[in-house]
Design a protein. Structure first.
Length: 261
């Protein structure tokens, strides 16, 4: 991607997407960071959108891992991280096969977006059903692989990983630390397919550097929102935006354009 070719539309969408990452890293909003890749995919190819955001996520993960260096459940990580490589490999194959035909990838990321919203809306019911049930290692491996796939496609690996981790009733700091270590590890692994797909270019990395300050803006904005805006209201706004974005990616058309017909 060449900087002079980027229009104002791209920069507006990219800045908003990156600010959402910062808000998520500030701990405000339920899964607000999930909207970043689908939103950016409206303005550029899916694989490039995912690759563009990856270094930013790794930087944020590094801070979290530093804070929770010795607070993690090693057994859970040994079950899920190796399995995640399988999911990452499947997503790598999909990117490789479909880069020249962008439409299936747009549909795929749109479906992941809508499923994420459905999960968030039903999460209390889901976790109630598995409350107190420690999932076997094979289930953890399957969910780890699923998290690897959805995280590579759209940086949305939280739901399957939470389904494995939450029933274990880990102490809060161990839960947060394990989550941080898992996504830090798989995001580093994801550098391999994105490198071989030719997506970690100097141009993309330069764009990432330009966007880093907006992650910091998002963090401070998230801190400011905390205590001033009800989190459930904010979450509903995000779910609506993510649903609209996902549906537009699936249909390949603007919903406003369809309504105006």
């Amino acid at each position: 991607m060449i900087l002079p070719e980027l229009g104002i539309d791209f920069w507006v969408v990219a800045i908003i997407a990156v600010i959402f990452i910062g808000i998520a890293k500030a701990g405000f909003g339920g899964g607000v960071g999930a909207i970043s890749t689908p939103l950016l995919a409206l303005a550029m190819p899916v694989a490039e959108a995912a690759a563009l955001l990856l270094p930013l996520l790794i930087l944020a993960d590094q801070v979290a891992v530093y804070r929770y260096a010795d607070r993690k459940d090693s057994k859970s990580l040994w079950v899920t991280i190796p399995a995640s490589v399988v999911g990452i490999g499947i997503a790598w194959y999909a990117f490789d096969q479909l880069q020249s035909t962008e439409r299936p990838l747009k549909i795929g990321i749109g479906i992941v977006s809508v499923l994420f919203v459905l999960f968030q809306l039903s999460r209390d019911f889901v976790f109630k059903q598995i409350d107190g049930v420690r999932l076997p290692n094979w289930a953890g491996a399957l969910l780890g692989a699923t998290a690897g796939f959805t995280s590579t496609l759209a940086h949305v690996g939280g739901p399957p990983y939470q389904i494995y981790l939450i029933p274990q009733k880990l102490p809060r700091d161990i839960f947060v630390g394990t989550n941080a270590w898992f996504f830090w590890a798989i995001n580093l692994i994801k550098l391999i397919p994105f490198w071989f797909l030719g997506l970690l270019t100097i141009g993309n990395l330069f764009i990432t550097l330009i966007l880093i300050p907006f992650v910091i803006v998002g963090v401070y904005f998230g801190v400011w929102l905390n205590g001033r805006v009800r989190q459930d209201v904010f979450n509903w706004i995000i779910y609506i935006l993510l649903s609209v974005t996902g549906i537009q990616l699936i249909l390949g058309q603007s919903l406003l354009g369809l309504i105006a017909r």
